[in-house]
Ligand binder design. Sequence first.
Ligand code: NAP
Length: 331
Amino acid sequence: MPNRQIVLDRLPNADRLAADHFALNVAEIPTPGAGEVLLKTRYISLDAANRAWMQGATYRSALNAGQVMAGGGLSEVVQSNVEHLKPGDLVFADAGWQEYAVLPGRGLQALPDLKPETHLLSVYGIAGLTAYFGLLKCGEPRPGETVVVSAAAGSVGSIVGQIAKIKGCRVVGIAGGEAKGRWLTDELGFDAAVDYKAPDFKRQLRAAVPDGIDVFFDNTGGDVFEACLFAMRNHGRIACCGAVSQYDGGPPPHGPRGVPGLIVTKRLNLRGFVVMDYAAENDQALADLQSWVADGRLKVKEDVIDGLENLPSALIGLLAGENLGKRMVRV
Ligand code: NAP
């Protein structure tokens, strides 16, 4: 049986990502050696960071032209040469954009039997954990405070805002377009939404946070970050999660300007984080996320696209803001 793969045929460099940066390849299904497992991919997670990895080394090494496109996903063990995994187990694996992969069993663990299994990639996966740790550990929101989140209708942002509501905060989401804003307020219970693509974005933001921002969870960087910086209250906290406005080519970003002075005079605390930093506390985070989903306070939105061959367009679309909630491809 063949193993279909999507290869990163050439790097986009400063260009916008396009379908012709990728190519479909057909390879042999690999055979696992000692200590290895053969995995069959079920779902592949689409993440804004996939594009950032093409820019150079990040928290993982840079991607190279010609390699199978990197990406994490939900895979089923089909053959195992390790004690702790058996055929049928589901694992989260950095298996790349392909139908089958061989990986070392070390570092993989069987996931709990949860339904629907797609939640293992969304709310109980990297998106949910990033939202949880970034908000609670870096943002440290207190009841009654105003929390603003950018890329608010995306997978991380939509969960951040809902956790902030659970913690008793007033929540404002920044997202592109009125439809996303309505979804945030009408479906997810955000207190207000601001459209960063509207000509009067800064006026909308000022109106939505008349007393300023206590906690800003930043997924975008650039001009949105700059606008929020000016709206921060003294002693505010900024959780620096990502910079999606700067991942995919385009003109160089203007913002943020005036950063050092504002940080001093407003006594701001900016903290960058990577979700793995808090892995030792995953059990507590997952228990909290599960209880909030179970009691209906945390709604999970998934955007599932079918077909391995649709991975390139799914990523290009995510960077263009097509998605509501967690985007993934069913293989
Ligand atoms: P996502 O939020 O589901 O999708 C990306 C969203 O970004 C799009 O839906 C789009 O929505 C928005 N966007 C695109 N270009 C933009 C721009 N120029 N300005 C403002 N918004 C823009 O994607 P995700 O994978 O969950 O990633 C969200 C952020 O979390 C990224 O910055 C990512 O790097 C970060 N992240 C960090 C960690 C960590 O450990 N620190 C872990 C996971 C993810 P609009 O329609 O609103 O434009």
